[in-house]
Write a protein that binds this ligand. Structure first.
Ligand code: MCA
Ligand code: AMP
Length: 507
């Protein structure tokens, strides 16, 4: 029996026929039947471009309905979908193409020449373009392609996607996600959050991450719901769609921005049944204030690229501010001592580990990294520090990994520090996350110049421009004579965070 995730989607897509699947604000629309037919043509196109089952298809394109259809086609043909943040620079893309060795790279039309160059250097055999309005070479080819009506048979442990996540060493790791991982998590969320064919999800998230692609789109596809699809989070557009939607999935920045707008009222949100938040901590204040302003308690959940969603506050029952809720059905969690690995009793703070059908099968071509984080017992070490209360609610209290989360995007300081340290005039640097009113944490660099060197903030930022995606670049750069270190020589980032705590505070 085949376990291709697309089988479950196709069944519902056929059943939903002419019902809305994706509707954009400019009035472009794909019904489920149209999306199913397009997935056949695009799968035929991928086959004609030489993509075979098991091949990776790397995609760096702006958000569009056709990008979702490409994802579906990739599943249909048995490929592994590899979405890439649109902010990545050529230097970053070069690494991903070299590491993943995709059979095909799909890029933005405006980036075609540069993409061809990077692909050639990385040994990627095919490049096609995809624009935001159904334009680009991929869609031209799809018009003439022989549709692929069959769905490639897949084992449940075959790869459906590879998502790169940065690491504490500064080198990105490709998390290998299987058909079983994605199917089990989507099914669990549909049930937990009561999604059905009457739902209209306001989709403002990017589609190159677990949140916008798997949590949002897979849940919609599994439930036959519709998506009110927008290119990005734009406050005016989201406020305008709220009366037509039933659900919104967001990162905390969405909620703080909504709260700052007086158009957010109970009346505006009266047709909505669900607001979810994740990817970064939602403060208890934001949760409480949102409920006061709209009557809706935001449902906070917790997940990772490697695991999909692990815990969720309940749909019925108490959604407790400052917690990420209870383990989803099928997901087991453990809290262990960071040093000894021993299980901890209720109420203590420890390292969170998770196991279940949602947990990935390893990092692409990195067996040692995989072994470090994914135990033989199937438990994955999240790197998050948590507490569990007597009712089983999980509270994320910190991170044991050196990671900054800015507006829901992860930035690993090591990668930024390495780039800064290579600059002339820099002795060393430390990159930290500092409380930021809009982004949660603002990426901030603290730099020690070489003796006698004159180097300023704008030079540091300019040096990173073509090297790192914009969201990884420090919002501010500060200079000090010496980094604080403990007796072991380790940089004391806590001390730096305290020192620079107020820099983004308004007023
Ligand atoms: C954009 N910029 C940012 C960020 N986003 N800088 C720092 N952090 C960010 N998150 C930069 C842009 O490069 C640009 O720089 C300037 O800010 C304004 O860009 P714009 O596109 O207008 O920004 P925005 O629309 O205000 O975007 C902020 C945002 C967005 C709405 C918070 O970043 C967003 O949608 N984030 C969601 C991230 C997400 O989906 N995360 C899920 C991954 P310049 O002007 O210099 O060019 S985590 C995940 O999947 C796990 C599993 C989970 O649990 O969900
Ligand atoms: P990523 O590597 O992009 O998948 O990000 C996963 C990380 O985001 C987790 O390990 C957590 O540190 C963080 N995260 C996700 N959801 C939440 C949440 N609701 N509260 C706190 N942290 C979260």
């Amino acid at each position: 029996m085949s376990h291709n995730l697309f089988e479950s989607f196709a069944e519902r897509m056929s059943a939903r026929g002419d019902a809305d699947f994706i509707v954009t604000r400019e009035g472009r629309r794909y019904s489920y039947a149209q999306a199913l037919a397009a997935s056949e043509r695009l799968a035929g196109t991928l086959a004609s471009l030489g993509v075979k089952p098991g091949d990776r298809v790397a995609v760096q394109v702006d958000k569009s309905p056709e990008a979702i259809l490409l994802y579906l086609a990739c599943l249909r043909i048995g490929g592994a979908y590899l979405p890439l943040n649109t902010g990545y620079t050529s230097t970053e893309i070069d690494y991903f193409l070299g590491d993943a060795e995709p059979a095909l790279y799909v890029c933005r039309p405006a980036a075609a020449d540069e993409a061809e160059r990077v692909a050639r250097e990385a040994g990627c055999p095919q490049v096609v373009t995809l624009g935001t309005q159904g334009d680009g070479r991929l869609m031209e080819l799809a018009e003439q392609a022989e549709p692929m009506e069959s769905i490639e048979s897949r084992d449940e442990n075959d790869l459906a996607a590879i998502l790169y996540t940065s690491g504490t060493t500064g080198r990105s790791k490709g998390a290998m996600l299987t058909h079983r991982n994605l199917a089990s998590n989507a099914q669990a969320l549909v049930e937990a959050w009561r999604f059905d064919a009457n739902d209209r999800l306001i989709h403002a998230l990017p589609i190159f991450h677990t949140h916008g692609l798997f949590v949002a789109c897979n849940v919609v596809l599994m439930s036959g719901a519709a998506m009110l699809f927008m290119p990005k989070f734009d406050i005016d557009a989201v406020l305008d769609e709220i009366p037509r939607g039933t659900a919104l999935m967001g990162v905390p920045t969405y909620y703080t921005r909504l709260l700052a707008d007086e158009r957010l009222t109970p009346e505006l949100a009266r047709n909505m049944r669900l607001f979810t938040s994740g990817s970064a901590p939602l403060t208890a204040d934001t949760h409480t204030e949102f409920e006061r302003r709209t009557g809706h308690a935001i449902l906070e959940r917790y997940g990772m690229t490697e695991t999909g969603m692990n815990t969720s506050n309940p749909y019925d029952g108490a959604r407790i501010a400052g917690t990420v809720g209870l383990p989803l059905p099928g997901v087991e969690i453990q809290l262990v001592d960071r040093e000894t690995g021993a299980n901890l009793p209720t109420g203590e703070t420890g390292m969170l580990k998770v196991r279940g059908p949602n947990v990935f099968v390893g990092y692409w071509r990195m067996p040692e990294k995989t072994a470090e984080e994914l135990g033989e017992d199937g438990f994955f070490v999240t790197g998050d520090l948590a507490k569990i209360d007597d009712k089983g609610y999980v509270q994320i209290v910190g991170r044991d990994k050196d990671l900054v989360i800015s507006g829901g995007y992860n930035v690993y300081p090591k990668e930024v520090e390495q780039a800064i340290d290579e600059m002339d005039g820099v002795l060393e640097s430390a990159v930290i996350g500092v409380p930021h009113p809009d982004l949660g944490e603002g990426v901030t660099a603290v730099v020690v110049p070489n003796d006698g060197a004159t180097i300023d903030e704008s030079q540091v930022i300019a040096a990173l421009r073509d090297r790192l995606a914009r969201y990884k670049q420090p919002k501010r750069v500060f200079f000090i004579d010496e980094l604080p270190r403990n007796t072991m020589g380790k940089v004391q980032k806590n001390q730096l965070r305290k020192q620079f705590d107020a820099i983004y505070r308004p007023g």
